[in-house]
Design a protein around this ligand. Sequence first.
Ligand code: NAP
Length: 293
Amino acid sequence: MISTKGKGTQPDRTEGHDQHINRRVAVLGTGNMGTSLLLGIVKAKLTPAQMIIACDINEEKLRSLAAQWHVRTTTRLREAVEAAEVLLLCVKPVTVPEVLNAIKPAMRKDHLLISIVAGVRIATLQEALGSMIGIIRTMPNIASTVDEGAAAIAFGHNVTTTQKLIAESIFRAVGDVVTVSESQLDAVTGLSGSGPAYIYMVIEALIDGGVKMGLARDIATRLAIQTVLGSAKLVKISGLHPAILRDQVTTPGGTAINAIHELESHGLRSMLINAVATATRRSEELSSMLNHI
Ligand SMILES: NC(=O)c1ccc[n+]([C@@H]2O[C@H](COP(=O)([O-])OP(=O)(O)OC[C@H]3O[C@@H](n4cnc5c(N)ncnc54)[C@H](OP(=O)(O)O)[C@@H]3O)[C@@H](O)[C@H]2O)c1
């Protein structure tokens, strides 16, 4: 039974017991992202750990997941697919053709495939696995490993309402989730998929600024991290436009307005807008190359 409780801009992810999906879930590829989703499902108690099967070629990784989280494991893709109703496809794009070939004979009409693979389109997956399979494509980001991910999901043509709720519950367990059309996933990749890289650069530069002005590096690091974290939290919780919050900390003739003038004269906002646009175009290019599989 799926509950929609907790939906909205401020979901309460502590109430995992209200978001049961109670489906057998196979995680195909337990690298960075696959493991973060698997742990999100276990910790939020979306489905019992015994109903989760982790599949990877790395046996050491599987042993560690089984020992710590009591999930089932296998190195055989077909066995994982046969044992589950919900399949999370979490391998690298280059591995996708091999994985699709391996799982195709085990696919059933009741399967839901949720792909987090960058660039591989729903039509490509549908063509490889059959048009009857429910397919959902997503673009999560690396912050899902600390339950603060930003994910966008796009639904294939024959996905049921229940299947949509299952996917939303999984990604909500590790952060925030929005629904978009598949054509918007390249822009999502340019913004939130690649976004952590831009923010790491901002944090790194703020640290160096503090060090340049005489702060110890560890002190500057703590202050820079907390400033980014706290500022993001304030935007999220207050619901205010970032420009309003910026104005609130900008005293006439003070330090912040002088720094803002410096940032504006170097085109900070144009740079970030261009970064998202450039990453989006690159995502489109990579996607065109990938969908010949
Ligand atoms: N990382 C991100 O920030 C991010 C963000 C959004 C989307 N994604 C998407 O997420 C997917 C996974 O990324 P990732 O960073 O988690 O990669 P990753 O850490 O390399 O994870 C992929 C896992 O799949 C395993 N694997 C390889 N071949 C397999 C097979 N035949 N059967 C089962 N497992 C197999 C790999 O094992 P080995 O390591 O032993 O090869 C590895 O554990 C990618 O498609 C990427 O586009 C990633």
